[in-house]
Design a protein around this ligand. Structure first.
Ligand SMILES: *[C@@H]1O[C@H](CO)[C@@H](O)[C@H](O)[C@H]1NC(C)=O
Ligand SMILES: *[C@@H]1O[C@H](CO)[C@@H](O)[C@H](O)[C@H]1NC(C)=O
Ligand SMILES: *[C@@H]1O[C@H](CO)[C@@H](O)[C@H](O)[C@H]1NC(C)=O
Ligand SMILES: *[C@@H]1O[C@H](CO)[C@@H](O)[C@H](O)[C@H]1NC(C)=O
Ligand SMILES: *[C@@H]1O[C@H](CO)[C@@H](O)[C@H](O)[C@H]1NC(C)=O
Ligand SMILES: *[C@@H]1O[C@H](CO)[C@@H](O)[C@H](O)[C@H]1NC(C)=O
Ligand SMILES: *[C@@H]1O[C@H](CO)[C@@H](O)[C@H](O)[C@H]1NC(C)=O
Ligand SMILES: *[C@@H]1O[C@H](CO)[C@@H](O)[C@H](O)[C@H]1NC(C)=O
Ligand SMILES: *[C@@H]1O[C@H](CO)[C@@H](O)[C@H](O)[C@H]1NC(C)=O
Ligand SMILES: *[C@@H]1O[C@H](CO)[C@@H](O)[C@H](O)[C@H]1NC(C)=O
Length: 764
C-alpha cells in the first residue's frame, strides 16, 4: 500500500561542555515556506489573509493536469515549483494516535508512544457525551504535537461509525455499537473534539477527522464472503434509519472534514463509485465541507475484484464523477491523466477533487508557514503521554466497564479481607491485547495482574497458552490455586487473533476450552469467583450467568493501556461501575438463524430471520442492549410528562396516521420529560439514564423500541436529582417508512426509562 513519506532529518552537531552530543530533530512538512523560497510570498494561495476559496482557486489554476493527478492520492506528490512538499494523508487516531496509517510513526528517540485509550466500544458503554468530546480533544493534542514533531500528518481517518450489526463482526470493537443514535452522538462529539479549535474559528481545523466506512460496511471475512467482494443488499428503510444516520450526523452536526467510502458494494454498486451516495447525498444533501476519500486500494478492488469496468481509467472516471476526491492508494495518480485525455471525465471534475483536498489542508494551516508560529505550535513531545492523559485512559476504562452479574456479597472485594487472590486466565496478564485494533504504541501498560498485585497478594496462572485455549494441561494448577485463594479473578475473552480487521468470528462463545476452565475453577474455588470478559464483541456466557459459583461477571472491552488499573479500581470498589452494553449479547443459537451477509435489520418471518439489534430483535438475549449493574441502586420516578401532544396542523382528516417529519408544522415542536432519580445504595456512583420510545405501529416495520436520548449523572448515597429530557417530536419520535422517508406516526408513543413507563399521544 502507500509508502512512507519520511520527513527531512536535520542533524545539528553541538559541542557541549567539551563533550559531543547529537541532537536529532525532525521537521513537520508544510507548504509556503517563505523563508526558504521568498518568491512564494507573491502567490495568493500562500497569503494567509485571503479566504480559503480564493487561495485554493489560485492554487488549482496554477497546476498542470499531471500535478493535479499526483495530488489526489494518499501519498501526494510534492510540487516543488509551487513550494508544496509531499503530504501523507493517511494517519489514524481512533482511540489514541495510532501508527496504522503510514504518515504517522513512532521512534524510540523521537516520539516513542502515545496514550492508548480503550477501544471505542468500551468508551461508548460509558454513555458519557462529555467524555467522548474530551477524548477527541486530548487525542488531537497528542496528534498535533506529533505533527509538530514531524512524525504525523494532519488528517486522521477516524472514527469508525459503522453500525455493529452482527455480533460476529471482527471490527465491532472499533465502533460505538449497534445503536444509530449512540453512534451518531459518539461520532459528533469525538469529531468535534478532534477538529474544533479552542478559538472557535469554524473555518479552521485543529486536525482533520474522517467518518468511515460509508456505508453499510460491517462484514470483513465470513465463510466465503469478504469485504472486497461483498455486495450488501440494503433496503431504503434500513439505509435511512440504521446505516446512514451516524454519517449524516458527522457531516451535519460534527462538520467532519472527510467521509471515507467503503470497500463493499451496495445493491450492486461499489460505494466509491456511487454518485447517489457520494455526490448527491454526502456533498449535495448533507453539504460536506471537506473531501471524500476511498478506503485503501478501493479502486484496484473495484477494478480487479469487483470487475466494475473494463479499464482502470473507466474506474477512475466513475469514482471521480461519483464524487471521490482522494484515493488511498495510487490509482488516481496513475490513471487520471489518461481518463481525461480519453474524454471519460472532464478536468473540471478533477479540479473539484483537488480543490476539496487542498481546501482541507488550508483549513489545517498547512499553507500558513511554519507550524510553530501557528495556533497549537507549542505542542510537542512534552504534551504526549502526559500524566493527565494516561489518567484519562484509566478513567475512560472505568467509566465504560459493565457489571453484568453480581451475587450478593461478591463485588466489590475488600482488599483487607483478601489474603490471597488467584488471578487466572489467558488475558489475566494481558498487555497488547488490551489496546485492540487501530492502536499505536502505548506510553506503557498496566496489566490486570500488575494492578491487582498492587492492592493484594496474588497468585497467577494463565491456564491457557493463549486465548485460543485449546489444551487443558494447565487447568489443574489453576484449580489448585483457586481452591487455596480467598477470591478468584478469571480474565478470559479474546484478542486480535480471534476478532480483528479481516477476521470475523465463527462463534460467539469464549474460544477453545475457556468455558471449561471457568467452570472447573469456579467449582474448585472457595471464595467469590469474578469472571472478567475482555473482548470487542458480545459473548454467549449463559453457562456462567447460570452458574451460582461464578459470583460476578464484568465486561471490560479492550480497555486500553491502563485497563488493568481500571479493572482493579472496579473490583476493589474504588470505582462504582456504571457502564451499559452498547450492543445486544445474543445467544449462540442466533448465529444459526441468520447468515452474516444478510444485511436486513428487520425480521422476516418467511426466512426465520429474527431481526437485528434491540430495535428489531425480540428473541432471547444473554444480556440486552443498555444492560449494566452498579454497586448502588437507583430509583426513577416520573415527575412531569404530557399525556397528549397536539400537532398544529390545519387538517383534521381522521384518515391520516402519520405526518412528514420534514413538514413545516413539525419544526420546533417539543415537550419535556422530567424525572427524579435517587441513589438508594451505599456508594456514590455514575448512572446512565437511557430514554427509549416505543413508536405506535403505524408505519410498516418500525422498530418496536428505540433510544431517544441519554444522560449520565453522578449521585452520592441518598442524593437525588431531577433529570429532564427535551423531546423534539419530529426529530426524536419519527420513524422511517419503506421508501426511506421520515414520518411522525400519530397515536400512542410509549416512553421508557428504567422501569418507568409512560405514554404520550400525538394528535393533530
Ligand atoms: C495578501 O492579501 C491581502 C488582502 O487582499 C493584501 O492586502 C496583501 O497585499 C496580500 N499580501 C501579499 C504579500 O500579496
Ligand atoms: C529513530 O530515528 C533516528 C533518526 O532517524 C534513527 O537514528 C534511529 O535509528 C531511529 N530509532 C529507531 C528505534 O527506529
Ligand atoms: C501505479 O504506478 C506505479 C509506478 O509505475 C506502480 O508501481 C503501481 O503499481 C501502479 N498502481 C496501480 C494501481 O496500477
Ligand atoms: C464534459 O463537459 C461537457 C460540457 O459541459 C459535457 O458535455 C460532457 O458530457 C462532459 N463529459 C463527461 C465525460 O462528463
Ligand atoms: C506479565 O507480563 C509482563 C509483561 O509482558 C511480564 O514481564 C511478566 O513476566 C508477566 N508476569 C507473569 C507472572 O507471567
Ligand atoms: C492448538 O492451537 C495451536 C495454535 O494456537 C495449534 O498449533 C494446535 O494445533 C492446536 N491444538 C489443537 C489440539 O487443536
Ligand atoms: C478470509 O479468510 C480466509 C481464511 O480464514 C483467508 O484465506 C482469506 O485470505 C481471507 N480473505 C480476506 C479478504 O481477508
Ligand atoms: C392554519 O390555519 C391558520 C388560520 O387559518 C393559519 O394562520 C395558519 O398559518 C395555518 N397553518 C398551517 C400550517 O397551514
Ligand atoms: C390534508 O389531508 C388530506 C387528506 O388526507 C391530504 O390529501 C392533504 O395533503 C392534507 N393536507 C395537508 C396540508 O397536510
Ligand atoms: C463524564 O466524563 C467526564 C470526563 O472524564 C467526567 O469528568 C464526568 O464526571 C463524567 N460524568 C459522569 C456522570 O460520570
Amino acid at each position: 500500500m502507500a509508502s512512507q513519506n519520511k520527513p527531512l532529518l536535520f542533524i545539528f552537531v553541538f559541542l557541549l561542555f567539551g563533550s559531543l552530543s547529537v541532537l536529532a530533530q525532525y521537521s513537520p512538512s508544510y507548504a509556503c515556506d517563505i523563508d526558504k523560497n521568498p518568491s512564494l510570498k507573491n502567490y495568493a494561495f500562500c497569503n494567509k489573509s485571503l479566504d480559503v476559496k480564493t487561495r485554493v482557486d489560485d492554487l488549482v489554476k496554477r497546476m498542470s493536469l499531471q500535478e493535479k493527478a499526483g495530488s489526489i492520492v494518499s501519498v501526494a506528490d510534492s510540487i516543488d515549483r509551487l513550494g508544496i512538499p509531499h503530504y501523507g494523508w493517511w494517519s489514524e487516531a481512533l482511540h489514541g494516535v495510532s501508527d496504522t496509517g503510514p504518515a504517522t510513526w513512532f521512534n524510540k528517540t523521537i516520539v516513542p508512544g502515545a496514550t492508548s485509550y480503550p477501544v471505542v466500544i468500551l468508551t461508548a458503554a460509558s454513555f458519557n457525551v462529555s467524555l467522548f468530546n474530551i477524548l477527541g480533544k486530548v487525542v488531537s493534542n497528542e496528534a498535533r504535537a506529533m505533527y509538530n514533531t514531524g512524525v504525523a500528518g494532519l488528517t486522521f481517518w477516524s472514527p469508525n461509525v459503522n453500525i455493529f450489526r452482527d455480533p460476529r463482526w471482527g471490527r465491532g470493537q472499533e465502533t460505538p455499537g449497534e445503536d444509530p443514535l449512540l453512534s451518531s452522538i459518539f461520532g459528533v462529539a469525538y469529531v468535534k473534539g478532534l477538529q474544533d479549535r479552542d478559538d472557535g474559528d469554524k473555518d479552521r481545523l485543529k486536525i482533520g477527522a474522517c467518518c468511515k466506512h460509508y456505508t453499510a460496511y460491517d462484514l470483513d471475512n465470513w465463510t466465503s464472503v469478504d469485504r472486497f467482494h461483498f455486495n450488501a443488499i440494503i433496503t431504503k428503510q434500513d439505509l435511512e434509519d440504521t446505516y446512514n444516520p451516524p454519517f449524516k450526523s458527522c457531516v451535519l452536526d460534527g462538520n467532519v472534514a472527510s467521509i471515507m467510502c467503503s470497500f463493499n458494494q451496495i445493491n450492486g454498486i461499489p460505494t466509491c463509485g456511487d454518485k447517489e451516495l457520494l455526490e448527491d447525498t454526502v456533498r449535495g444533501e448533507w453539504k460536506l465541507n471537506g473531501y471524500i476519500s476511498s478506503d485503501c486500494d478501493s479502486l484496484i478492488i473495484m477494478f480487479k475484484d469487483q470487475r466494475w469496468a473494463k479499464t482502470p481509467e473507466e474506474v477512475t472516471a466513475d469514482a471521480l464523477i461519483a464524487g471521490l476526491d482522494l484515493n488511498c492508494g495510487d490509482s488516481l495518480k496513475n490513471f487520471t491523466e489518461n481518463a481525461v485525455k480519453r474524454g471519460l471525465v472532464n478536468e473540471s471534475v478533477v479540479d473539484r477533487a483537488v480543490t476539496n483536498n487542498f481546501a482541507t489542508l488550508m483549513r489545517l494551516g498547512f499553507f500558513d508557514g511554519h507550524p510553530s508560529k501557528q495556533m497549537y505550535g507549542n505542542l510537542g513531545k512534552k504534551d504526549i503521554c502526559t500524566k493527565a492523559n494516561q489518567e484519562l485512559a484509566r478513567e475512560t476504562a472505568r467509566q465504560g466497564i459493565v457489571l453484568l452479574k453480581n451475587n450478593l456479597g461478591s463485588l466489590p472485594l475488600r482488599p483487607t479481607n483478601i489474603k490471597s487472590l488467584a488471578v487466572i486466565g489467558p488475558n489475566a496478564n494481558a498487555t497488547k491485547a488490551m489496546i485492540g485494533n487501530y492502536a499505536g504504541i502505548p506510553c506503557k501498560y498496566t496489566s490486570p495482574l500488575q494492578a491487582f498485585s498492587e492492592s493484594v497478594q496474588t497468585v497467577f496462572e494463565s491456564g491457557c497458552e493463549n486465548v485460543l485455549c485449546n489444551v487443558t494441561s494447565y487447568f489443574e494448577k489453576a484449580r489448585s490455586i483457586a481452591a487455596a485463594a480467598d477470591a478468584v479473578v478469571l480474565v478470559m475473552g479474546t484478542d486480535l487473533s480471534v476478532e480483528a480487521e479481516g477476521l470475523d468470528r465463527m462463534d460467539i462463545v469464549l474460544p477453545g476450552q475457556q468455558n471449561l476452565l471457568v467452570s472447573q475453577v469456579a467449582y474448585a474455588a472457595k471464595g467469590p469467583v469474578i469472571l472478567v470478559i475482555m473482548s470487542g464483541g458480545g459473548m454467549d456466557v449463559s453457562f456462567a450467568k447460570r452458574n451460582p459459583k461464578v459470583t460476578s461477571i464484568l465486561w471490560v472491552g479492550f480497555p486500553g493501556q491502563e485497563g488493568g488499573a481500571a479493572m482493579a479500581d472496579v473490583i476493589f470498589g474504588r470505582y462504582n461501575p456504571g457502564g451499559r452494553l452498547p450492543m445486544t449479547w445474543y445467544p449462540r443459537s442466533y448465529l444459526m438463524s441468520v447468515p452474516m451477509d444478510n444485511m436486513n435489520m428487520r425480521p422476516d418471518p418467511s426466512t426465520g430471520h429474527p431481526g437485528r439489534s434491540y430495535r428489531f430483535y425480540r428473541g432471547e438475549t444473554v444480556y440486552p442492549f443498555g444492560y449494566g449493574l452498579s454497586y448502588s441502586l437507583y430509583v426513577h420516578r416520573l415527575i412531569k410528562a404530557p399525556k397528549t401532544v397536539s400537532i398544529p396542523l390545519n387538517n383534521s382528516s381522521s384518515t391520516i396516521d402519520s405526518i412528514d417529519a420534514t413538514d413545516d408544522v413539525c419544526n420546533g415542536l417539543t415537550f419535556d420529560v422530567n424525572m427524579m432519580v435517587t441513589n438508594i445504595g451505599k456508594m456514590s456512583g455514575s448512572h446512565s439514564i437511557l430514554l427509549f420510545s416505543n413508536p405506535p405501529p403505524v408505519i410498516h416495520n418500525s422498530p418496536t423500541k428505540q433510544l431517544v436520548d441519554f444522560k449520565r449523572i453522578k449521585l452520592s448515597p441518598w442524593e437525588r436529582t431531577s433529570v429532564s429530557f427535551k423531546i423534539d417530536v419530529c426529530k426524536q419520535l419519527s420513524v422511517v417508512d419503506e421508501d426511506g422517508k421520515w414520518k411522525v406516526p400519530l397515536g400512542k408513543h410509549g416512553l421508557q426509562i428504567g422501569d418507568v413507563e409512560h405514554s404520550v399521544s400525538l394528535k393533530i
